[in-house]
Write a protein that binds this ligand. Structure first.
Ligand SMILES: [Zn+2]
Length: 211
């Protein structure tokens, strides 16, 4: 999906819904089968490693390639219509008391153009259902991305990519990482959406190393 607009895809006809469910179940099975196949292949190399048989350079390359394929597969899955991107915060999962990976099989899904991912219609209504909420989210994410880029630029400029950090630089970075981890932990505990917004604002406004 390429559109830059929020879009909820609703199917009302029960037969069409059933067909959609079968199709999504099939896609999910294909995903799980491929994931398992890659895992088993990778396991062969791991076992060799554990038994102390050194991998040849070409085996090592193949192992790295397998791990890349696995990452690509997971990322394709998590940005597909088979996955509600709200993850553990998913409203359908909570309401229907089913695991998040089963949510999408039988619900209408909404396209989130900011993340370029899907979420279920319940999450859409809860988090992004109004124009204000959509605008707020877009601004927040853009701010975060700008911050990320600023951090990347800062790190590249200040430390370069090809040298060891000095002790002082390392200390400053460790402090920032700790600060960010604490913030993330705090955020995980808060379920109320307004309180989450306030926490994110507070962290963004805080004077840290990239300000
Ligand atoms: Zn959801």
């Amino acid at each position: 999906m390429k559109t830059d607009k929020w879009k909820v895809i609703v199917i009302k006809d029960p037969r069409l819904r059933r067909a959609r469910k079968s199709f999504r179940t099939l896609l999910r099975l294909a995903y799980l089968t491929e994931k398992e196949r890659l895992r088993q292949l990778q396991d062969l190399y791991r076992q060799m490693d554990i038994k102390g048989r050194k991998l040849t350079p070409s085996q090592r390359r193949r192992e790295i390639m397998l791990s890349r394929l696995k990452d690509e597969l997971s990322s394709a899955y998590s940005s597909s219509i088979l996955w509600c991107s709200m993850g553990s915060l998913c409203e359908s999962s909570k309401k229907k008391n089913i695991p998040t990976h089963e949510v999408s099989l039988d619900v209408d899904m909404a396209w989130n153009p900011v993340d370029k991912r899907w979420c279920c219609s319940a999450c859409y209504n809860y988090h992004f259902g109004t124009k204000d909420a959509q605008l707020y989210y877009r601004r927040g994410i853009e701010k975060m991305r700008a911050k990320d880029k600023a951090l990347d630029d800062y790190l590249t400029e200040k430390f370069g990519l090809d040298r060891q950090l000095t002790e002082e630089e390392g200390r400053v970075l460790d402090e920032f990482i700790k600060e960010y981890d604490d913030f993330e932990q705090e955020l995980k505990k808060v379920k109320d959406i307004e309180m989450r917004k306030a926490l994110i604002e507070k962290f963004l406004a805080k004077g840290n190393i990239i300000n």
